[in-house]
Design a protein around this ligand. Structure first.
Ligand code: ATP
Ligand code: MG
Length: 254
């Protein structure tokens, strides 16, 4: 790994990029995954590279939603496996959700590499690995609609960090409650999900784990209140306004 000086103004962002590049070298990340990271980075820059108030609000709603879920599933792709394997396993234990490897660009070798890293980080049950368990989601073309019959197919709540818009739409059409983590508040996934956390997954996951721990002491009624009071469209607008305000401030400095 090239040495990134701690004093570099973009040090955190560069370290995340290095994780992705290492993940690519290890066969976890698809080429397209590197490009997706680039798109995310641009929005992170505009958001100020920190967890904003609206993201914290969405994290609270997501934690409540996961705690009331009967069968929550977390979808894991190559980028997630490269960026935060330990945290994703921790989250699945905290909220008692199954992990399902679900790749946009299907590739058996990559799937096995992802399973390996999840196991190394403590996962014992990983869905989405057996072709005999495959089921098809309606309303989406060929390979991209394959899900596990014991996982996403029967889940009521699905966490899809860094997901493509078509798949998010298919999940909604299939009646799933969708939670996403996506730095771009304008993406189709962000606009389609029930709860969108506009934040870098590397920051949001730990916060989601902590919030789930905190809210696990609350009763069902209080959790439902948090969910019902959350308005995703409003939250997305607040994120866009945050970007606009950041840009306005910079325009004044320049
Ligand atoms: P959509 O299909 O939803 O319209 P898209 O085609 O612009 O989105 P995809 O490549 O399909 O982009 O999805 C990847 C999404 O993940 C992008 O919106 C990108 O901003 C986001 N993203 C990439 N890296 C991160 C990250 N580290 N944390 C959070 N979000 C990220
Ligand atoms: Mg897309």
């Amino acid at each position: 790994m090239p040495l990134i000086p701690k004093s570099h103004p973009r040090v955190k962002s560069l370290l995340i990029r290095e994780k992705l590049v290492n993940g690519f070298d290890k066969g976890l990340v698809a080429k397209e995954g590197l490009l997706a990271q680039g798109r995310g980075e641009a929005f992170d820059y505009l958001l100020g590279e920190k967890t904003n108030k609206s993201a914290s609000h969405a994290i609270k709603a997501a934690a409540a939603q996961l705690l009331v879920a009967e069968m929550p599933v977390i979808s894991v792709n190559g980028n997630i496996a490269a960026l935060c394997p330990k945290q994703i396993v921790k989250l699945s234990n905290q909220i008692k959700a199954n992990l399902e490897v679900n790749l946009f660009y299907t590739n058996e070798k990559r799937k096995q590499a992802i399973v390996k890293i999840l196991k190394k980080n403590g996962a014992n049950k990983i869905l989405g690995t057996k072709s005999t368990s495959s089921k098809k989601l309606p309303g989406i073309d060929s390979a991209r609609r394959i899900v596990d019959k014991d996982g996403i197919f029967v889940a009521d709540v699905v966490v899809v960090p860094l997901e493509d818009g078509d798949r998010t739409m298919a999940l909604r059409k299939a009646g799933k409650t969708v939670i996403t983590i996506d730095l771009n508040p304008l993406s189709r996934t962000s606009q389609t999900a029930n709860i969108t956390i506009v934040d870098n997954v590397t920051r949001a996951i730990d916060l989601l784990i902590n919030e789930s721990k905190k809210l696990s002491k609350k009763n069902q009624k209080s959790l439902l209140k948090i969910i019902n009071e959350f308005d995703n469209k409003k939250n997305l607008r607040e994120n866009v306004i945050q970007i606009k305000n950041n840009l306005t401030r910079r325009a004044k400095i320049a």
